[in-house]
Design a protein around this ligand. Sequence first.
Ligand code: UDP
Ligand code: MG
Length: 319
Amino acid sequence: MHDTAGDLVSVVVPVYNELAVLPAFYQRLDSALAEIAERAEILFVDDGSSDGGGAWLLALRERDPRVTVLELSRNYGKEVAVSAGLDHAAGDAVVLVDADLQDPPEMLPQFIAAWREGYDVVYGQRLSRAGESWLKVQSARLFYRVINRLSDVPIPRDAGDFRLLSRRAVDAVAELRESHRYMTGLFAWVGFPSKALPYARQPRQAGRSKWNYWRLWTLALEGITSFSAVPLKLATGLGVLTAGAALLYGLFMLVRTLLFGNPVPGYPSLIVVMLFLGGVQLICLGIIGEYLGRTYDETKRRPLYFLRGLHPRRGGPGA
Ligand code: UDP
Ligand code: MG
């Protein structure tokens, strides 16, 4: 029989200025790892931290032979940090966890149990979002509704990056090298049997969230444009609709003028129609621009990231 205890589980942790929570995070992750039978590797991706977190991680690596530290050349953002971690994880299964303790590391054994049942993707599904504002919760909800209407693959709602991927799922995601990376969508796109594990998302334990509404908006645009061309078709539909309406209105005016003459010149309606059409045209141009800009970025085929340092775990492959 396959020796499951010999399997390696990699835990990938993107870190950007998290020094305030790192010690507590490591402690909780360490006790969670004590609960599992598999060998473990902890892969910290330092996404250009400037708060001394990098040095703390390197010191930790001296104490814990399971720790690998990957230093990116600058801050690339969480999506790229996670991708770099996936590229370098050696495990038979890889678990992605945020460093800020919003994703409880205690769920690790549950993730692994589901993986043993045969699921390739096991993702945490947020039941509640403690500590998040009403506006953030509502905008997230609206976003999932819109993206699922538009996208060809169903994208699970309230699923973040907190998840386990089997080796073949990791290899599949590694082949998607697009520079605009909406990770939840990429994980859904590769398919494979998936299972949701509900959990209560905690407020972050210390430090500050790097998110704001602007980043949320960019992420939403990223998600929609990466997974759907429907907005482009919407522009065509809108054009056909307004042209049709204009034609009908023209006919109406013609008939009315023939029957009753044209006593009042329609200056206000003219201005309204012109402004409205101008606005519609600008919106459509903007939508085309969103896609064009992304196409431009992808054609450059730049590498996703550069490494400043790669400090492999001292435990080595056989340890
Ligand atoms: N993160 C990162 N690079 C960034 C921003 C964030 O690696 O540019 C990491 C961060 O250290 C944390 C995770 O991504 O481990 C989630 O970040 P954050 O808590 O700011 O996002 P939120 O949970 O508020 O969505
Ligand atoms: Mg967080």
